[in-house]
Structures are given as structure tokens and as C-alpha cells.
Design a protein around this ligand. Structure first.
Ligand code: 2P0
Length: 334
């Protein structure tokens, strides 16, 4: 099954864009990671994952139909070259909705408010915001769940950015992926803090898409990943239900390290860490030995995301001065 066939099932009729559309979507950090696809075309995952959305940190996107030969794609105010990776991915996503009207062109303005220095990827919030903006512009009646399915076709992790708070991406069973989407958990954790530690904000040498594929194809260790992820997911639900921070932090940290173990066991090896990443991990472990309830998670890059509760905020900031701290559930955050 390809993306066009999925779109036909999701949206049997797509009219002309009626107006412009503008929306925000939050970035998200996975506590149980998405790593590996069972269908690369549709971004269907091997395992379910669970994330927390970063409230007001994310992407705002505006789309507007224009009278032009081709799309004009802006990122943070700068016109992107048509052959750039960003413009190409944006255009190919919009193509899904203009199958019957290929002459349609859009101006797309994308603004990320994630501090560049935090080194956070923005494809999740980017495709979620673009989905919402396009749904408005085309006047489509799609539920948040259906929008999550659509966003997933742009980037897997984007399906979690359609929702605030804790979100589970249910992997689904169907071949067309209509049951593979984010589901918001009815839970809140007002004390939860995420600290963004920058090691290197530069572009990563191997993107997630190729990294996942390499791991699935070459790492024998990957065979154990689905089992690890499913056990971690169950334990995260338990932690969230009982507000057990030590359980949440330890499961998230072990899950991230297990994912990195499968990457390192790939061939050629995939090591996203830099010496400074390891130094930061050791610092977290030392602080934990000294009694601080501090854990980390990491994605396909060298940066750490610290997990702690509000009571530890001052102690964490004293050890990691200048880091950006996000409170996903703070009053007014989402
Ligand atoms: C996650 N990552 O769960 C994992 C952890 C990176 C490491 O989702 O190919 O950019 O577009 O579906 O969504 C990054 O992968 O990959 C990611 P595609 P995506 O957050």
C-alpha cells in the first residue's frame, strides 16, 4: 500500500483549498522510543512508543494558496532553495493533498520556536503543524486522530505531536495504517520537568530514517528491541498512573540506552554520541549517586534531555547552568 492509497481511504474527496491555514504544534520527547519501521513507505512502526509533548515549544506553520508555478517554502523567515531537503519534504507532503490539482501552489511559512541551541529535531512538530494548517486551508473534516494518521505519513513521530501531554503512538495492525496514530493519555504530571542539554546543535551525519533502516537490517541486537519496548511501555503506564518518578526516569533512561545499543551494534556502526554526551551521562549518574532524582533520555543525536521534578529544579540548574527547562504540564503550558 502506498501513501496515495492511504489518503484515498482517509479522504475520499479533497476539494480546492478555500483559504489560508495557520496552526501550532508542540515538539515531543519520547520516553519509550520509536525505532524501526515495519513499513517504510507509510512510516508504520515496529513498536508502540510513548512521548510527552513540550507545551509551547514547537512549530507554527502558515500555508496560503498562491498564484505561482511552484511552492515557496520559508523556514524561520528564509526562503528555502526548491531542491533543499526541507522544501522537498514539505512539497512532497503537500502533494498528498493535491493529487487531483497538481497545478496548485502554496506559500508555506514555518517558524520553529525551539531554541536552535537546544539541538532539538523539529520534524515532529513541523509535520504536525503543517498537517493542521493544510486541514484548515482545504476545509477538511478530519478528527485529531485522523490528522495524526495524516501527519505520520510526513514523519512518524509527528503523529504524537497532534496532542498535548503524554501521548501513546499505538502501532496498529492494519496494512493501510489507519489504526496507527497518537492517543492522548488522560494523565497530568504538573511537577515534571524536561531540561534540554545541548552538546552539539549541528545537523546529524545520519538522519533517523536511514539510521532506523540500517539498525533493522544489520543489528542482530535489534531482535530484542520490540520486547524491550513493549515491557518499557507497560512500566511507563504504571509510572504515570502512580506518579512514580523514579520508575518513569529509570525506564526512560534504560529505553534510550537500549535503543542506542541497537544503533551501536549496527554495521557500519551508528554512534550519535560525542565525548561530551558521555561526560554528561556520567555527570547525571554521579548526581544520582549523590541523591538527586535526575535521569536522562536521548534521541538520534548527541544531546541529552534531562528528566526531573520541580523540587529538583534549582539543584539541576546549578549543575547545568543555562539549560532550557520545559514544564509540559505547568498551568497554561498546553
Ligand atoms: C522517537 N526518533 O521516538 C525516536 C527516537 C528518533 C529517536 O522518532 O523516518 O523523524 O520521519 O518516521 O519521526 C525520529 O524519527 O523518522 C524519531 P521518520 P522520525 O522520537
Amino acid at each position: 500500500m502506498n501513501k496515495a492509497e492511504t489518503i484515498e481511504r482517509l479522504l475520499p474527496e479533497i476539494g480546492s483549498p478555500r483559504a489560508s491555514g495557520e496552526h501550532f504544534a508542540p515538539s515531543n520527547i519520547a520516553l519509550c522510543k520509536y525505532w524501526g519501521k515495519r513499513d517504510a513507505e507509510l512510516n508504520l512502526p515496529v513498536n508502540a512508543s510513548l512521548s510527552v509533548s513540550l507545551a509551547t515549544l514547537g512549530t507554527r506553520t502558515r500555508v496560503e494558496p498562491i498564484d505561482a508555478e511552484q511552492d515557496q517554502v520559508y523556514l524561520n523567515g528564509l526562503l528555502q532553495a526548491p531542491d533543499s531537503r526541507f522544501a522537498d519534504r514539505t512539497r512532497r507532503f503537500i502533494d498528498l493533498l493535491r493529487v487531483n490539482q497538481p497545478q496548485l501552489a502554496f506559500r508555506v511559512d514555518t517558524h520553529n520556536n525551539i531554541p536552535t541551541a537546544a539541538g532539538l529535531a523539529s520534524s515532529a512538530s513541523g509535520f504536525a503543524a503543517l498537517t493542521r494548517a493544510l486541514v484548515e486551508a482545504f476545509g477538511l473534516s478530519l478528527s485529531p486522530t485522523e490528522q495524526s494518521v495524516l501527519a505520520r505519513l510526513g514523519s512518524g513521530s509527528a503523529c504524537r505531536s497532534l496532542f498535548d501531554g503524554f501521548v501513546e503512538w499505538q502501532m496498529g495492525q492494519r496494512e493501510d495504517g489507519l489504526d496507527s496514530h497518537g492517543v492522548a493519555l488522560p494523565a497530568s504530571w504538573p511537577q515534571l520537568c524536561v531540561g534540554l542539554v545541548k552538546v552539539d546543535a549541528g545537523e546529524k551525519p545520519v538522519d533517523s530514517r536511514s539510521g532506523m533502516q540500517r539498525t533493522v537490517e544489520t543489528a542482530h541486537l535489534y531482535q530484542s528491541w520490540p520486547l524491550q519496548a513493549s515491557s518499557d511501555l507497560a512500566r511507563l503506564h504504571e509510572a504515570i498512573d502512580s506518579l512514580d518518578f523514579a520508575l518513569l526516569g529509570s525506564v526512560a533512561e534504560q529505553n534510550a540506552l537500549s535503543m542506542h545499543a541497537t544503533m551501536i551494534a549496527s554495521w557500519p556502526p551508528l554512534l550519535y554520541w560525542q565525548p561530551q554526551s558521555v561526560a554528561m551521562m556520567q555527570k547525571v549518574w554521579q548526581l544520582r549517586r549523590e541523591g538527586l532524582a535526575l535521569y536522562f533520555t536521548m534521541d538520534a543525536g548527541p544531546n541529552l534531555k534531562l528528566l526531573f521534578e520541580a523540587a529538583s529544579r534549582d539543584a539541576v540548574l546549578a549543575q547545568f547552568p543555562g539549560i532550557e527547562v520545559v514544564e509540559p504540564f505547568a498551568a497554561g503550558a498546553a
